[in-house]
Design a protein around this ligand. Sequence first.
Ligand SMILES: [Zn+2]
Length: 287
Amino acid sequence: MGIIKRVFDFKGSPVLACVFMALFVAEGRRPLRKRVEKRSKRILINSIVALPAFTLLRFLFLPVMTWLANKNQKMGFGLNNQYKAHPIFKGFVAFLLLDYTNYLWHVINHKLPLLWRFHVVHHSDPDLDITTAIRFHFGELIGSVFYRGAFVFLSGATPLTVLLYEIVFEGATQFHHSNWRLPFKVEEMLNKAIVTPRMHGIHHSVIRDETDSNYSVIFSFWDRLHKTIRLNVAQDKIVTGVPQYSDPNELTVGNLLKIPFTKVRKWPEVNEADARELTAEKNMMVK
Ligand SMILES: [Zn+2]
């Protein structure tokens, strides 16, 4: 049996499905931010958008990553094949490197117009919850095959490390997108090491300066290292989404999949006072 089936399909996927369900229940019981859309509508839209990306993840992304990792081992290429150490230590080094390069990948997804046109589909979500964790355009996934593949190659990660990283990456993405209100002290403590829902909530704000912060995926210290961390925004002040794509009638599945192939709209300046007003309007819509 191939390593993807053994590790990802039979071990990782059931665990991730349980994490998804647990977070879904937790955010329903203890929500962090007020929702502006019905949950059923969000599940439907975000699942359909996710379908092509998820298919590519399983049948293109993972096979390419494990193939590259296998090649590396045979050729003795990549950082981890250049020194002697315990395999667990090497696995840890590769894990950290993959997470750091994903921090950088996220930054360039915001800075390069070609990549932003795909990533904006994820940010256009008017709410932030567990279903946002799967709302990615398939084009973003294709781009990541090249970028992340290059770093699998350069790091010399083994196929097992690559798959373990991917499973933790998906679990962390579910966690920090969830709308689960953790006790503040608990979240503060967790945030010293990992990205948490309040931290990532700020990254999904309509205010550009706030979106341009908190890019880390698993470990939060990459944002601290690059001084891109921002924690001083209260969750009830955040308006989620991107102002240029905020008309709910426009955010249909068909339009979301088309956005990257149309003229991408510029981000209008929204000052804090206007954003607060918008919040009030949105909150009035909450049943
Ligand atoms: Zn982003």
